[in-house]
Design a binder for this molecule. Structure first.
Ligand code: NAI
Length: 332
């Protein structure tokens, strides 16, 4: 049985090859994204395995169904790039990896926050130039600050625990407040209240039609002047043009993003020899108080092992039994 991987990177293959041994699937790796331009090349595959920037819309799914594909396996948690209704209508299963080391993303969020507020990204370059002066390096303590967390699912919870460990006052907004987190001392409040009270706002909710651009001009205006905003969730949660204005007016003093709304044109590629036409990301990267990482929050050995094991396990079960023992991996 053949599985076609799209957006496959060399660093993923050893993990999938290793954990494929008990299954014996034929694994075929394509570096290109899955989308209308390539879907006709799909042949003889029981499953396609896709990542965050593959475009799995209704048109693509209709061709996959014609080609006999039975499973769309997302090797990630977010699934905003897959038309689930279309897959359901075509009788194609969609599975994902609902959890792969939430700590990986929570720890990267912390790394981004600390880098920005203690300016270690600048210190790294500065001391290599033998400049040991501290001018412009003044930071602030996390201890005692109010951290506002939007979305307290698996990653948000892990980040809450880390911030509690730093001695922060943690407040949160979630559609479904979590009793365990409340017992740990997290105070839930409305989205607007969190924005008004937080010194640091960190986004950990999925991107949906309802919350697209939840951080827009109005939301940014509600925040404290000098706020730090971190987004390791999905680019579409933030209106980038509005956040650039907020950086220029100093309303936002620090911005850390591991995700970007137009990231499929850029992220996971080496464009060091290219001219980047996206002026918005170029403007963002020109700010000294903006840190951009290229969707690497999940990128740890632990997470890649888990992604490979869960993805192959789900495809194995769906191929043989038409269902998965762990219902949480199934979207359709
Ligand atoms: P999860 O499903 O465990 O938690 C999501 C939480 O957000 C839930 O508690 C849910 O009630 C809440 N939520 C949903 N809509 C909301 C809204 N409009 N406002 C506030 N809260 C809302 O998901 P998990 O595993 O914690 O992941 C969160 C997101 O992180 C994923 O959807 C994905 O977009 C992103 N992610 C990013 C990665 C990276 O490498 N940068 C890796 C993995 C996930």
């Amino acid at each position: 049985m053949k599985i076609l991987f799209f957006s496959a990177k060399p660093y993923e293959r050893p993990f999938f090859d290793k954990y494929n041994e008990p299954y014996g699937f034929e694994l075929v790796y394509f570096e290109t994204h899955l989308g209308p331009h390539i879907v006709n090349a799909v042949e003889d595959a029981i499953a396609v395995c896709v990542f965050v920037n593959d475009k799995v819309n209704a048109a693509v799914i209709s061709v996959l169904a014609e080609k006999g594909v039975k499973i769309i396996a997302l090797r990630c948690a977010g699934y905003n790039n897959v038309d689930l209704d279309a897959a359901k209508a075509q009788g194609i299963h969609v599975c994902r990896v609902p959890e792969y080391s939430p700590e990986a993303v929570a720890e990267h969020t912390t790394a981004m926050l600390l880098t920005l507020i203690r300016k270690t990204h600048k210190a790294y370059n500065r001391v290599r130039e033998q400049n040991f002066a501290l001018n412009g390096m003044l930071g602030f303590n996390l201890y005692g600050k109010t951290v506002g967390i939007i979305g307290t699912g698996k990653i948000g919870k892990a980040f809450c625990r880390i911030m509690l460990g730093f001695g922060c006052n943690v407040i949160a907004y979630d559609l479904l407040p979590d009793l365990q987190m409340q017992a740990l001392g997290i105070q839930y409040m409305s989205f607007e209240e969190v924005l008004k009270k937080a010194d640091i706002v960190s986004l950990h909710c999925p991107l949906t039609q309802e919350n697209h651009y939840m951080i827009n001009k109005a939301a940014l205006a509600m925040m404290k002047k000098g706020v730090a905003v971190i987004n390791t969730s999905r680019g579409g949660l933030i209106n980038t043009v509005d956040v650039i204005q907020a950086l220029k007016s100093k309303q936002v003093a620090y911005l850390g993003i591991d995700v970007y709304e137009q990231e499929e044109q850029l992220f996971f590629k080496d464009l060091s020899g290219s001219i980047i036409e996206d002026d918005t990301i170029q403007r963002l990267m020109s700010f000294p108080n903006v840190l951009v990482t290229a969707h690497q929050a999940y990128f740890t050995e632990e997470a890649l092992s888990q992604i490979a094991q869960v993805t192959l396990g789900s495809i194995g079960q769906l191929a043989n039994e038409n269902q998965c023992a762990d219902a949480s991996v199934m979207l359709v």
